[in-house]
Design a protein around this ligand. Structure first.
Ligand code: AKG
Ligand code: FE2
Length: 269
């Protein structure tokens, strides 16, 4: 868990704003209701995650391409908070990019230079109280498909990671953020970093609010090839994954990738 200088007021403000959006009248949210992934701001409820797998949650997604989204497009009830929070996420991303580059033994500006985290999708998640929690999940088991996720959760709990085949609780810690490695980071690190599988339980308590910031490449970088960096490939760690275009990975994730447990095998050599 990390938190490099995101003021606690900004985090609390973001959680409250997310709750405010979701607790509006249905008619006010429906303006944003859409299944079209090309829309920069969209609201969705429950829905199919994979064949036979549904989620017990509502989601408002705001997509910042190259760190930018027209403020007018953001719902007014959460506009100020979303802008402020994303500004902090962008700052924290720079710190994370440096730390992760160094952890890979690369120059500290490497991940920033390849622009693999220069766009953000900010997801405000709302998990209503579930009357029959044993029948479903808030968010089914998955690993994140992008490079990095910074996650903020409220005090309710329910997030779990899969560790040695066991589900382990990630208890809420006030003022803390969770950093999740995504599949694409696992690939370019040649398995030095692992994208952990996680899920959120449906619960008889709540509602639970969380905010996930998913980082993906800039529009310029999305047209370039990514793959394990040569410096990371040694005799004892031969190349596991092939090169890929981000647009290709995006298409895979939104089509066939929806029906497999993990998309990583698709990228193996
Ligand atoms: O709500 C959470 O705490 C996690 C959500 C999540 O893992 C996701 O949306 O990818
Ligand atoms: Fe996730």
């Amino acid at each position: 868990m990390v938190n490099h200088g995101v003021p606690s007021g900004v985090m609390e403000g973001m959680l409250e704003a997310a709750r405010r959006f979701h607790e509006q009248r249905r008619e006010d949210k429906m303006e944003y209701y859409s299944g079209d992934r090309k829309r920069r701001v969209r609201f969705n409820t429950g829905g199919r995650v994979r064949v036979g797998v549904f989620s017990w949650r509502d989601i408002l997604t705001c997509v910042f391409h190259d760190d930018y989204l027209d403020p007018q497009a953001i719902p007014l009830v959460c506009r100020k908070e979303v802008q402020e929070y994303v500004k902090c996420m962008i700052k924290l991303r720079e710190t994370m990019a440096e730390l992760l580059s160094e952890a890979l033994g690369l120059s500290s500006d490497y991940l920033s230079r390849i622009e693999c985290m220069r766009s953000e999708a900010l997801a405000s998640l709302y998990y209503p109280i579930c009357p029959e929690p044993h029948l479903t999940l808030g968010t089914p088991k998955h690993s994140d498909t992008t490079f990095l996720t910074l996650l903020l959760q409220d005090h309710i709990g329910g997030l779990q990671i899969l560790h040695k085949n066991q589900w382990v609780d990630v208890p809420p810690v006030p003022g803390a953020l969770i950093a999740n490695i995504g599949d694409l980071m696992q690939i370019i690190s040649n398995d030095k970093f692992i994208s952990v599988e996680h899920r959120v339980l449906a619960q008889p308590i709540g509602p639970r609010v969380s905010v996930a910031c998913f980082f993906s490449p800039s529009s310029k970088a999305a047209t370039k090839h990514f793959g394990p960096k040569k410096e990371l490939l040694l005799e004892e760690s031969p190349q596991i994954y092939r090169e890929f275009l981000c647009n290709e990975s995006f298409t895979y994730y939104t089509t066939k990738g929806q029906d497999v447990e993990s998309a990583l095998p698709h990228f193996k050599l």
